[in-house]
Design a protein around this ligand. Structure first.
Ligand SMILES: [Ca+2]
Ligand SMILES: [Ca+2]
Length: 105
């Protein structure tokens, strides 16, 4: 069982690292709010159903970006790094904010 769990978590980590690089437009290994907003706006455009039933606090891309930074940006430097994302991927909120669809699809 241990081996299975490790294999799965490696895969999640690989996917996050891959998507992170795609979204990191200036290649500085950090995602700023603009880069995350771009991803969230794409998600809103492509998967409108995803946000249809969410609370009013998450019904615009800007609000989702704020919520993502509150969750993921542990050191509050206004940038998301890949380790912060991998840590956050274990949480329920990660799925709720659509991060799963951004980084794990
Ligand atoms: Ca960047
Ligand atoms: Ca940070």
């Amino acid at each position: 069982m241990m081996a299975v769990a490790l294999a799965v978590s490696d895969k999640v980590e690989d996917k996050i690292r891959f998507c992170f690089r795609c979204l990191d437009q200036d290649g500085n290994m950090k995602l700023n709010k603009q880069e995350v907003l771009y991803a969230v706006e794409l998600l809103f455009a492509n998967r409108p159903a995803l946000y249809k039933n969410v609370s009013p606090t998450l019904n615009t891309p800007d609000k989702v970006v704020e919520a993502i930074f509150n969750l993921v940006d542990k050191d509050k430097d206004e940038n998301l790094d890949v380790e912060e994302l991998i840590q956050s991927s274990q949480t329920e909120e990660f799925n709720k904010l659509g991060l799963k669809h951004i980084f794990l699809s």
